[in-house]
Design a protein around this ligand. Sequence first.
Ligand SMILES: NC(=O)C1=CN([C@@H]2O[C@H](COP(=O)(O)OP(=O)(O)OC[C@H]3O[C@@H](n4cnc5c(N)ncnc54)[C@H](OP(=O)(O)O)[C@@H]3O)[C@@H](O)[C@H]2O)C=CC1
Ligand SMILES: CC(=O)N[C@@H](CCC(=O)OP(=O)(O)O)C(=O)O
Length: 388
Amino acid sequence: MSATAFNSIFFNRAHSSNKDLIKQQNVKSRIKCSIKSGIETSQKNVRVGVLGASGYTGSEILRLLANHPHFGVALMTADRKAGQTISSVFPHLGTQNLPDLIAIKDADFSDVDAVFCCLPHGTTQEIIKGLPKHLKIVDLSADFRLRDVSEYEEWYGQPHRAPDLQKEAIYGLTEVLREEIKNARLVANPGCYPTSIQLPLVPLIKTNLIQTSNIIVDAKSGVSGAGRSAKENLLFTEVTEGMNSYGVTRHRHAPEIEQGLADAAGSKVTISFTPHLIPMSRGMQSTIYVEMAPGVKTEDLYHQLKLLYQDEEFVVLLENGVIPRTHSVKGSNYCLINVFPDRIPGRAIIISVIDNVVKGASGQALQNLNLIMGFPENLGLNYLPLFP
Ligand SMILES: NC(=O)C1=CN([C@@H]2O[C@H](COP(=O)(O)OP(=O)(O)OC[C@H]3O[C@@H](n4cnc5c(N)ncnc54)[C@H](OP(=O)(O)O)[C@@H]3O)[C@@H](O)[C@H]2O)C=CC1
Ligand SMILES: CC(=O)N[C@@H](CCC(=O)OP(=O)(O)O)C(=O)O
């Protein structure tokens, strides 16, 4: 049944006193809003562009923005899917009033205030370089995360094509760099693995509770982490009923994580990091093995993290002994953490889970744009996890 048909049946049955009429109108507008899943477009006074809206992170931004009171989607771009409607590409977003997908060369940014850039790394630098300077940008790719452009070249296999912009970029690990992000024009949103790993480790390193040597990270990601374009290793047959380690000894997130940990330590940090692809669509777990500083106990790590994150909405220390599960964060912007004593004396095991597409990408990106635009950080992000 269409929205109009539904409304007319509803209102034909209604009584006609003034009070009832007002009530009916309220209900009617509520229904209209809920059918459009959210807030009237006219109330949305910040005009946002989503570059790469036909990908996983771009579509996740659109899902989150449906419940944002101020950010309205003014333009959306795609590459191969340019020219298509969003409802043909993503039927789950078809109830929204969204523009069609266009090629970046056709986009007019003069009336746009901010963009989420959800494009593959490499292409992103060129595209951001050409954007008008009035735009606030949250870039979800890896292109502006490494401060040292020679390190970028080493790990990404190509020279950096916008080194000046790199100098301007602020790394967007929200809970750690909030004040810097508020004044940024270009935010380099962190990678998903680096988010799940730095959130527990940065505070523990800053307070000297753990050693910076011998940090071992065993991490697992759902397949959406690899993006939506077709690749042989992402076929159902390759992924299902199995686990695949990849990037062994050399994953491009290692230098990004080490950069953040070195900032916290004030000296170089090198970690062992092995990511794995596991057969689930979204979700990420990092299991982190650390050596504690002399005399420090697991409870000290727990209490420090609990204290630091007690006023944070999205980073949560679970109750003593409760194991973080990817099921408990699915579709939400939460990072759940807990700390356990290792059987080897002096060592601890930290488990951190996030949804790679939300806190690991689009959710954190929205947190950052909220900060840049001076809004409460949690706008559009009040989704409880979809359990199971
Ligand atoms: N997926 C995740 O969990 C995370 C992803 N990221 C990063 O976010 C960025 C986007 O990732 P994700 O959404 O997964 O990627 P997808 O592959 O799902 O989407 C990529 C998007 O970019 C468009 N695109 C591709 N090539 C070009 C080009 N040459 N010019 C213009 N547009 C282009 C695609 O258009 P079309 O569909 O038409 O081809 C699509 O809209 C990447 O840099 C990724 O590394 C960061 C953290 C986590
Ligand atoms: C499962 C999978 O393939 N995940 C991606 C990381 C996703 C992410 O955070 O990507 P960016 O650094 O590109 O933004 C990878 O390992 O390359």
